[in-house]
Design a protein around this ligand. Structure first.
Ligand code: SF4
Length: 348
């Protein structure tokens, strides 16, 4: 059956979405204002700082900015938290981000709004199976994405984030190394194509980025021919192929600031729109479609685990010291080595 493509209907849908999103931004309940005030005073009282990921809700990102915290990708979150003098880091994001903070800053208390917030990549890479997989290839360097448990990091030679993965793998290729990559198969495939590295890939995937559809993006491009397409490399290869820019969340944010296009079709979690709109209020940002042939839309461009972070839970974590991250010291010390290697590499 051929797919019907109706330009005008698609334009109406996009317009409706944009109007709704703008209206939602204006709504700020009295309750939220009170919770925000409580969080601000608790942060001071507990000598704590808020470290938020780009994919958390706008209200949390706003609070991080207003209270001297940071909104960032996982690499920058880790670095900021480790260098900040606060005694407590409140990490709004998903569990591996809190664990990374604890690995780097064992002397600090690391709190999270909820420990239920995980990641399909982390879940899909259990340590026992992964370790047995690595044991089959003892001659390969084990490079794991930051979106993994502390135990998986402890089994690795290198930990990387999407903003530094290409550089690290290029460096390993120059040294003649062969690689085991885990857990995201799409990001791993992208790095393999870009660097020509000899890589064996674990078959994990991000349930948000996996949903983007190349056909939906090209249909949208027909409606907005001057739009630039920004794609996170956790997306499938066909989606990466229609991109004008492929990069980590920070790299996509930078592209949205520096490119002169007035419209952007963005294939990553829509949480990033908060910073994109803030930096370029006159530009238009449209979610890359997750509908179309073969769509299941489990995520619809927003991570269900990131969405678990709420203002209420953030307040309660600070109030009750709940959602604290603990890691076995032996695991932490082992996981620190490949993480520190990444930070040292980045510093160079
Ligand atoms: S967006 Fe994807 S990679 Fe990021 S936390 Fe959610 S499931 Fe994991």
């Amino acid at each position: 059956m051929s797919e019907l493509f109706n330009k005008s209907a698609l334009r109406d849908t996009v317009q409706k979405y944009l109007s709704e999103a703008e209206e939602n931004l204006k709504i700020k309940s009295v309750d939220d204002e009170q919770i925000r005030a409580e969080i601000k005073s608790l942060l001071k009282e507990k000598n704590a700082v808020l470290v938020a990921h780009y994919y958390t809700e706008d209200a949390i990102q706003e609070l991080a900015e207003e209270t001297g915290g940071i909104i960032a990708d996982s690499l920058e979150m880790a670095r900021f938290g480790a260098n900040h003098p606060a005694e407590t880091l409140v990490v709004a994001g998903v569990k591996f981000m809190g664990e990374t903070a604890k690995i780097l800053s064992p002397e600090k208390t690391i709190l999270m709004p909820t420990l239920e917030a995980t990641c399909s990549l982390d879940i899909g890479c259990p340590i026992d199976e992964f370790s047995a997989f690595c044991d089959q290839y003892p001659d390969r360097k084990v490079v794991v994405y930051a979106n993994t448990s502390a135990a998986v990091k402890a089994r690795a030679d290198w930990v990387v984030t999407s903003s530094i993965a290409l550089d690290v793998v290029e460096h390993l290729v120059e040294q003649g190394e062969k690689i085991i990559w885990a857990p995201d198969q799409h990001l791993g495939g992208y790095i393999q194509r870009e660097t020509g590295a000899d890589m064996i890939l674990w078959d994990g995937a991000c349930i948000v980025h996996e949903e983007f559809k190349a056909k939906g993006i090209t249909d949208l491009k027909a409606v907005y021919p001057d739009a630039a397409v920004l794609v996170h490399p956790e997306s499938p290869e066909a989606v990466v192929e229609v991109a004008d820019v492929v990069g980590s969340t920070s790299q996509l944010l930078n592209a949205s600031k520096t490119m002169t296009n007035d419209t952007f079709i963005v294939a990553t979690d829509r949480g990033i729109f908060y910073k994109m709109k803030q930096a370029s209020p006159d530009k238009r940002f449209i979610e890359a479609p997750t509908a179309g042939s073969g769509a299941s839309c489990r995520s619809c461009a927003h991570c269900p685990w990131m969405a678990l972070n709420s203002l209420e839970m953030l307040r309660d974590a600070l109030k009750n010291n709940s959602g604290e991250i603990h890691i076995q010291e032996e695991t932490r010390v082992k996981a620190l080595l490949p993480l520190q290697k990444m930070l040292n590499f980045q510093a160079k």
